[in-house]
Ligand binder design. Sequence first.
Ligand code: MG
Length: 260
Amino acid sequence: MIELRTPAEIEAMRPVGRFVAETLATLRDETKVGTNLLAIDRRAHDLIRRAGAESCYIDYHPSFGASPFGKVICTSVNDAVLHGLPHDYVLRDGDLVSLDFAVSLNGWVADSAISFVVGTPRDEDLALIDTTERALAAAIDAAVIGNRIGDISAAIAGVSHGDGYSINTDFGGHGVGRIMHGDPHIPNDGKPGRGFPLRAGLVVALEPWLLQSTDQLITDPDGWTLRSADGSRGAHSEHTIAITDDGPIVLTDRSFLGVD
Ligand code: MG
């Protein structure tokens, strides 16, 4: 069921959006060559506790997950692109890191993801991240009254395929509200003018995640971490946005922190 939020409810979602934005900015700042993925999870857990928030991930156990997730952040490195379960791995020079983070605060959820390189970046990784961020920006630009879900999907695919990257549509954007995953589902590829018409009060997470050269995935023995089938790298960018009569509001915007 698709739920629409009142302007007052959208205002009530701002604090959780801000907390998720601040946390991702902090974690990106602190994540370096030599950082252990388990330390990122511990730090995120500490920030959640201090804020009085609740992790959406720690007890998360959907049909595709082997067991409850058990951690509070997804850390996907290099050819891992989605649902990376933090494990005992020390980041190396040039690693491409995606952090995906969702919490509930005062009963409202926000969900956001960033990708970045630690140490010396490879040009092809920076290009992949840049396209992922531009695909997200195009998706947000398309999230306006008068458009439909398919216009968002087509915006993501247009940017991504235009730069020669692959899209796997097994996972995509989703409604966000009292819980992390609600209707509607927003595929990362689709036809313009199709699907549910966008309305004021619709709050959604938009999340292009792109792969360099395949759309096929394999799952790690941990039951969660999704990797490209050919070992090529992936990147992921996500914001929670509210569609309003005055245009989209990016609830997890980090620009007020002086970062992108
Ligand atoms: Mg997310």
